[in-house]
Design a protein around this ligand. Structure first.
Ligand code: AMP
Ligand code: MN
Ligand code: MN
Length: 329
């Protein structure tokens, strides 16, 4: 199912969801704006249809999103989900991205996957995977429109959040005419773009800048400036009291260097796991590299997580070698 205008897809997904009594709407671990937006917009939309959807993400919500409505209603796996009859997975390319909710897939609970990642493994019973969409939030808007959900200001705001953040605030190559017409509709319905930009982009603590200073100290250029790499070990995050998943923007600073095609930023959590964020500017497909290391994503933005407390620099070297080979092929 990849045709974004196909009526059949909407009908199939909508009919499964409306038959459900208690669907769990589940986003991915290390949630970003698109994930939070998709979970909450779909849940709110279903509440408006009288369906008792449960919004879930099995990970702490980064503090930058606390100013958005209903964020405190998102629960992790400690919520009792024994009565649920459907798992709706949003913005998640593989089942391990669901955290502990993965077990519901393994147990054979009916499931619907709604996602825009090219690397999606189609792990649901029904899979609506459409990489032509800028964001999963844009897919949710289309689905809720098909289901004739009436939008209020809060739903419009939450739905706008994911489209804005996953397009880098309307800058990436995924931005086409449909993005602008869809967000125009959401702004008409009450979404406030300036509020979203302020919440997401202008609420850093000064410690975020101190972390950037450390990351700049670790910056290296490779392949005549085509590849930029930096990292932060866990001690930096501990020093400044910021969780590693709350510091996500630096890889974009690396990509912004004019000679750079591929940017890599690695952050280490308190268990020694290293999260690799990959970005490319134009031609290089970072999702293929991320997949080689067990992750996934899109052509210009991808990632993976590596358990490598003793081999942090070894993993980075292996990755750089793969990037070098692909640049030369
Ligand atoms: P990030 O660098 O964490 O912002 O992620 C960039 C893109 O890669 C997003 O679309 C993520 O969904 C995807 N991604 C990041 N980490 C993983 C992972 N461990 N497995 C699959 N996809 C990932
Ligand atoms: Mn996401
Ligand atoms: Mn997304």
């Amino acid at each position: 199912m990849t045709d974004q205008s196909s009526f059949g897809v909407f009908e199939q997904v909508a009919s499964i969801i409306t038959k459900s009594k208690l669907p769990v709407v589940c986003g991915h671990i290390m949630p970003d704006g698109d994930c939070i937006s998709s979970v909450l917009s779909l849940s709110l939309g279903l509440w408006k249809l009288g369906i008792q959807a449960v919004p879930t993400i099995d990970w702490p919500i980064p503090s930058g999103f606390e100013g958005f409505p209903y964020v405190q209603d998102i629960s992790d796996f400690s919520q009792d989900v024994s009565q649920t009859d459907l798992l709706i997975c949003v913005d998640s390319s593989t089942k391990d991205r669901l955290g502990r909710f993965e077990i519901l897939i393994d147990k054979g609970l009916p499931s619907v996957v709604i996602d825009h990642h090219t690397t999606n493994t189609m792990f649901g019973e029904v899979n609506w995977v459409a990489p032509e969409f800028s964001s999963t939030a844009q897919m949710i808007l289309r689905l809720l429109n098909f289901m004739k959900v009436g939008y209020d200001k809060e739903l419009a705001l939450l739905n706008y959040l994911g489209i804005a953040t996953d397009t880098g605030f309307f800058r990436y190559s995924t931005v086409d005419e449909t993005v602008f017409s869809d967000v125009a509709e959401l702004v008409r319905l009450g979404a406030d773009p300036a509020f979203v930009a302020r919440q997401v982009l202008e609420r850093d603590r000064v410690e975020h800048l101190y972390l950037k200073r450390d990351a700049i100290n670790n910056l290296e250029l490779h392949q005549s400036g085509l590849v930029a790499v930096s990292y932060l070990r866990n001690d930096s995050f501990v020093r400044y009291g910021i969780r590693e998943d709350e510091f996500s923007g630096f890889v974009n600073d690396l990509r912004a260097i004019d000679t750079v095609e591929v940017a890599v930023f690695v952050s280490e959590d308190d268990k020694g796991n290293a999260h690799f964020s990959l970005r490319s500017k134009t031609f290089f497909d970072v999702s293929r590299v991320a997949q080689d290391f067990g992750g996934g994503g899109h052509k210009n933005a991808a990632g993976f997580t590596h358990t490598c407390s003793e081999g942090f620099h070894k993993a980075l070297e292996e990755l750089l070698q793969v990037i070098k080979e692909q640049l030369q092929s």
